[in-house]
Design a protein around this ligand. Structure first.
Ligand code: ADP
Length: 466
């Protein structure tokens, strides 16, 4: 994700968290506000009652001074007012404590006047005198009571104003958080959607491009397969055409060799031998190429026959007996069990002949070649038959081993005139073993002989061999 989008997303998340915290705080302070309002309401009720009791008292005083009521009534009204002034409200203050000192002085003055007068209704003779004394006191009590109401009203107003300001501030803060959230979140969503759309388009174009490339590669492969098939058909036709005259040439050379050999000069015999050797090499090459093109064309078409590996080894040893004798090499075959593999008998014969023929060709005279047949499990737990062919010949350099299965590869430092060959034998071996689901291991060092291990999957274990 681009850096700008990360920043925007972080801002959105941060403001959302702040909004959450602020709303928790808000709900707490809403409770406090309600409390404050109720605190303001309760004393408001108290002050109204105080005001009323003051007025009642003042009225009683005025009535009394004019002989309209008894002193007792005045004292009752005064007691009610005193009670009201002593009431403590939710802010912890009594109504009396909020009153100005002038209020108390006026009340005390009225108390003195009332207590010094006789009980009951005032005699008319005292009306005028008391009226003159009481009127300023009553005025003072009423005025002070009004002051009490006004000053209290002001303090309640102040609190309410502070409350409103506090709420407005918090609302403004929350609103700005909300704006930040909406702007950053919206911007993030916009940029992110745009990036995603771009990525989507790019991926779609890439997939489209890859599809086109794949299609052209597929066409290329099909073309190559056609070419390969045509090549194999050509090689196979040409080789067929070559094999017939070659076999005939070899036959005639043998005839010439056998025809009165005692009359042949040494040179003549030598020429015939060279002719024979080269025609045989040519025949070998033709046959190898034919085999390869046959296998190339038959990929995936393995006959479902069970082939006895013991039979394959014994037949190859039989076919190569003259070669063993000529090279003065002793074949040793070791096996206790037979193993059956699924595959093509002729192809497997050719594999064994090629590997054993190499061990004779590259072996040293008066030595032996040991062929062993046994079974082993590979890493994936499958059962494999393993045929090892071990010779005591010239060996192969370690770094050369991976190359010996390439077509036409021949040992780099091999004296070619001494070791004839085409470089196709092991290529055929590898192709057939791959085709049979197996693999090959080679263990060798220069001058220390070579061991070829051919691993082929077993389909069934055969009879024990005594
Ligand atoms: P060719 O035998 O016709 O040269 P191959 O494909 O059979 O071709 O073998 C390729 C090369 O592998 C040989 O030229 C040789 O260098 C090496 N090679 C194969 N088998 C052996 C062996 N048993 N001992 C030493 N070298 C070998």
């Amino acid at each position: 994700m681009p850096r700008s989008q990360v920043v925007l997303a972080s801002i959105s998340i941060l403001t959302l968290i702040l909004l959450g915290i602020s709303s928790i705080y808000e709900s707490q302070s809403a409770g406090e506000r309600t409390q404050l309002l109720s605190n303001a309401e309760t004393p408001a009720a108290s002050i109204i009652f105080t005001q009323r009791e003051t007025l009642v008292y003042s009225t009683q005083l005025a009535l009394w001074s004019n002989g309209g009521t008894t002193r007792r009534e005045v004292q009752i009204a005064r007691a009610l007012l005193a009670q009201r002034l002593a009431v403590i409200d939710s802010s912890g203050l009594s109504m009396g404590s909020r009153a100005h000192s002038g209020y108390w002085k006026a009340l005390e003055a009225s108390d003195q006047v009332v207590s010094s007068a006789p009980p009951g209704i005032l005699p008319e003779s005292m009306h005028e005198k008391l009226n003159i004394t009481l009127i300023p006191i009553i005025d003072e009590i009423v005025a002070q009571a009004r002051n009490l109401v006004v000053s209290y009203q002001r303090s309640v107003d102040r609190e309410m104003k502070m409350l409103a300001e506090d709420t407005a501030q918090r609302d403004a803060f929350n609103l700005s958080l909300l704006y930040i959230f909406i702007i950053s979140g919206g911007l993030f969503l916009f940029l992110n959607t745009r990036t995603n759309l771009r990525n989507f388009r790019r991926a779609r174009d890439e997939i489209y491009g890859e599809r086109i490339a794949l299609e052209s590669a597929r066409q290329e492969v099909a073309k190559l397969q056609d070419l390969d098939a045509a090549k194999n058909a050509l090689i196979s036709n040409v080789n067929h055409e070559l094999r017939t005259p070659l076999t005939s040439i070899i036959g005639y050379i043998e005839l010439l060799q056998r025809d009165n050999p005692e009359n042949h000069s040494r040179e003549h015999r030598l020429h015939l031998e060279v002719l024979q050797r080269n025609s045989l090499i040519l025949l070998n090459l033709v046959e190898s190429l034919l085999s390869l093109s046959k296998f190339d064309g038959a990929v995936g078409e393995l006959p479902q026959l069970h082939v006895s590996l013991r039979d394959v080894i014994e037949d190859s040893l039989f076919a190569l007996r003259p070669a063993f004798e000529k090279a003065d090499i002793k074949p040793i075959f070791l096996s206790t069990n037979d193993f059956y593999v699924r595959g093509d008998r002729a192809q497997l014969d050719q594999v064994l002949i090629n590997v054993i023929a190499n061990s004779i060709k590259f072996g040293s005279s008066n030595s032996s070649v040991t062929i062993e047949l046994l079974s082993r499990k590979n890493i994936e737990g499958r059962d494999f038959a393993v045929i090892t062919i071990k010779d005591e010949g010239i060996g192969i350099a370690k770094e050369e081993i991976p190359q010996i299965f390439q077509r036409f590869y021949r040992g780099e430092n091999l004296p070619k005139d001494r070791y004839e060959g085409t470089g196709l034998g092991l290529a055929i071996v590898k192709q057939v073993i791959d085709h049979h689901g197996g693999f090959i291991e080679v263990d060798s060092e220069i001058g220390k002989g070579a061991t070829f291990a051919l691993w082929i999957p077993i389909v069934e274990e055969g009879k024990e061999v005594g």
